[in-house]
Design a protein around this ligand. Structure first.
Ligand code: GUN
Length: 288
């Protein structure tokens, strides 16, 4: 079994991005600029956004954090999106999800200019992905494909089973994995899937993206499969200072001895998602 080191891979990709930024600036261009909108004080969102901003600094991007309290109105937030759409200095931006219940998330996503939608959440970008056109691929699916490529994990003709059909991970990943050049045969499983265990056991590449800690057990994994764990649920822990730790969707201790490759949580898919966001921002900057 080989551990897929997302931390190391993301550090390598960040170095490549940093070199490209240096090159752009040396040729008279300007640093890409990512803006992030954060609403409220959810612990997870605070951590993710802080990592995104820090990563921008590491690669030489400009970044801006725009904060709102949890009681911001939908109208105020939509106005902020509009300002960012029209801000010539901003190449791309994200609105960190989840948003408070009184705000219609989809409405906010659809208000983002697709050309600045570096999360790739806008229906235009999702649609372009489905059509096989150039687009901003959302961060987690793109990070997973980067990991498979960098670890030379074969995908062509292989059976990729994805557990989870979210618009952020499962569904776009299913499109990406079946695209020409990646060429996997894809099955998407979800809460209504019958015989999930049996289907999972046929996977050469098994992706778990449902947010249920420890859901994938050894009896669901074919020996020699590559297992990608997208779960990052905070669970109580008396071993950490914070009182919690991140737990993946895969029961790592029992599954890892069976696999050819496995991503740990933390340190697997997580760090790669930020790289994808940086790559999309770099691309947005170049396209403007
Ligand atoms: N919340 C969890 N993951 C993400 C992400 O990739 N982008 C945004 N905007 N919010 C998230």
């Amino acid at each position: 079994m080989e551990l897929i080191d997302g931390k190391k891979t993301s550090a390598e990709i960040k170095q490549e991005i940093a070199a490209e930024v240096k090159n752009i600036i040396a040729n008279g261009g300007r640093a890409p600029h990512l803006a992030a909108v954060l609403v409220g004080h959810d612990g997870g969102s605070e951590t993710y956004v802080a990592h995104k901003i820090k990563s921008c600094e590491e690669v030489g991007f400009k970044s801006t954090l725009i904060r709102y309290e949890a009681d911001v109105t939908e109208d105020e937030l939509l106005k902020a999106v509009d300002r960012l759409n029209n801000d010539n200095d901003v190449d791309g931006f994200i609105v960190q999800l989840p948003l408070p219940k009184h705000i219609d998330e989809q409405k906010v996503i659809e208000a983002i200019d697709p050309k600045k939608d570096v999360d790739g959440f806008h229906p235009t970008n999702l649609g372009r992905l489905v059509a096989g056109l150039d687009t901003f691929v959302s961060a987690t699916p793109s990070g997973i494909v980067d990991l498979l490529k960098r670890y030379n994990i074969p995908t062509a003709g292989k059976h990729c089973v994805i557990i989870g059909r979210s618009n952020i991970v499962g569904r776009p990943l299913s499109i990406l994995m079946s695209q020409k050049g990646i060429d996997a045969t894809v099955t998407v499983c979800h809460s209504r899937t019958e015989n999930l265990k049996e289907i999972a056991r046929t996977a050469d590449i098994l992706v778990a993206a449902i947010g249920k800690p420890g859901f994938v057990t050894a009896d669901m994994v074919k020996p020699g499969a590559a297992v990608i764990d997208v779960g990052t649920t905070r669970v109580k822990s008396d071993q950490t200072k914070s009182g919690w730790k991140l737990k993946g969707d895969v029961d790592f201790d029992t599954v890892s001895p069976l696999c050819s490759y496995i991503t740990p949580v933390p340190g697997g898919v997580g760090p790669m998602t930020i790289c994808s966001l940086l790559k999309n921002t770099l691309k947005a900057g170049k396209q403007r």
